[in-house]
Ligand binder design. Structure first.
Ligand code: ARG
Length: 231
């Protein structure tokens, strides 16, 4: 066989951190999104069903979800970086991202220098949080942490924070739904998302990379991209 052992027989258990629309979010009683569709291709290849398990984001990046055998892989719009690579293995990159700034449209705020003395929202444990912290002394804003993306986004709309920073894909999706907000700036952080796996699970990594490559070659990737992001 392929040498792949799954944590639950007959299932491919995916850890994620909800909600991160349009990569993974709840629609009725289902978890849907770009990442969900992509991992479904892996499940299909293994002839099992995908089961999704919601967990705090740090449990994924720290590798805890793999050492406790909670899931086979993690798909969470998760940026590949060296710190995380020390704890988990990543698939080949499947999506490009950068950080971006979300504000209320009527705020007049456009960039980090406008935030002096103001409150900047971040999502806990993310690369956006790291970027905000790295630049806070220069610009003189206060960083305010939120557990998930929707809490952070809502805080911008209610005025609990003056602006917030997160990945461009999720923020552009949000402003489509809430036209009283806008994305005024992208920061060229040059990030790529990868699917996370237990360190040393090379059999699964080989399979996931094979499926990603095939999806890019046969048009499945483009079809899924268009479904969630348009043409
Ligand atoms: N790309 C960012 C990071 O890896 C944010 C990911 C947050 N994902 C989530 N499903 N909550 O740090």
């Amino acid at each position: 066989g392929s040498g792949i052992t799954l944590v639950k027989s007959g299932k491919l258990v995916t850890c994620t951190h909800l909600s991160y629309k349009p990569f993974q979010y709840t629609d009725g009683d289902k978890t849907v999104g770009f990442d969900v569709d992509l991992v479904d291709l892996v499940a299909k290849e293994l002839k099992v069903d995908q089961e999704i398990f919601d967990t705090p984001f740090e449990n994924i990046t720290s590798g805890t979800v793999f050492t406790t055998n909670e899931c086979d892989l993690a798909a969470a719009g998760m940026t590949i970086n060296d710190e995380r690579k020390a704890a988990i293995d990543f698939s080949e990159p499947y999506f490009d991202a950068s950080q971006a700034l979300l504000v209320k449209k009527d705020s007049g705020l456009k960039d980090l220098p406008d935030l002096k003395g103001k409150r900047l929202g971040v999502q806990q444990g993310t690369t956006g949080e790291a970027y905000a912290n790295a630049n806070s002394a220069t610009h003189g804003y206060t960083v305010v942490q939120f557990e998930d993306l929707p809490l952070m986004e809502t805080a911008v709309r209610t005025g609990a924070v003056d602006a917030a920073i997160n990945d461009n894909g999720v923020l552009y999706d949000y402003v489509k739904e809430y036209p009283d907000t806008s994305v005024t700036k992208e920061f060229a952080t040059g990030e790529s998302y990868g699917i996370g796996m237990k360190k040393g699970n090379t059999a699964l990594k080989t399979k996931v990379d094979e499926v990603l490559k095939k999806a890019k070659d046969n048009g499945d990737y483009d079809r899924i991209y268009e479904k969630w992001f348009g043409k």
